[in-house]
Design a protein. Sequence first.
Length: 264
Amino acid sequence: MKIIYFCLLIFLFSCMQEKKADSNEATTQNEVSQEAEPFALVELFSSEGCSDCPPAEELLNKITKEAMANKTYVYPLAFHVDYWNKLGWKDPFSDSSFSNRQRKYREPLHNEVIYTPQMIVNGQVQFVGSDEKRSKAVIDSFLVVKPEWYFTIHPDEKLLEQGIVKTEYEIIKRPEEKESKVYTICYAIVERNLLSDITRGENKGLKLTHQNVVRVFGSRKLENPKGTFQMEYKYGKLGKDQSLITFIQDASSMKIVGANLWNF
């Protein structure tokens, strides 16, 4: 009987250890899932009224299509500025707020003037937007850097048919910082497969195709780990040609520390 009892104890202990190991493995898998993948948020400041911009637009189109096809964490945004509208062609996608956003980069990036086409990756590295070799090198360099921030976004799908993008966000992970910093949460609805026939200005006669043009943009100070933001889309039904790109940015350095995407 003692031998049987001893064997029973060993069997029960072994089962408990297996359950503990399974539990630890599940916990590890869960922890791994709470990590952000390396990303590159690519902003192009452009204008249909600028003769140097079409090659940069073509490059951003290529970056967008490759990111979607390969499902990489590259988030392109084309911000069309309004300060070239005076040259004879008013860019229908331009907005003064996009020009103001570009101006905010002047000091952090040590630029004396703003210009188009300008490409900025993760708010940290800028270069001429048509430079394909440079863009690939910079994007690739960020795709191996593990972000310290991780957050989720969940649009209310019941409101999407009304063109209302009401989105919940939650900061899952962020670094502990010795100094208090101000961060901004930014959100943009981008649209693909847009066509323009340019009839005036420097690009007169050109037919331009655009991908990931920013149609609606908003931002506000990030104060709580959980919250909501809301935008209204007035350019038709939300579908496969639109996406929501959300990112968190250091308000002082303009460094982008986290980004996420939702395809409608």
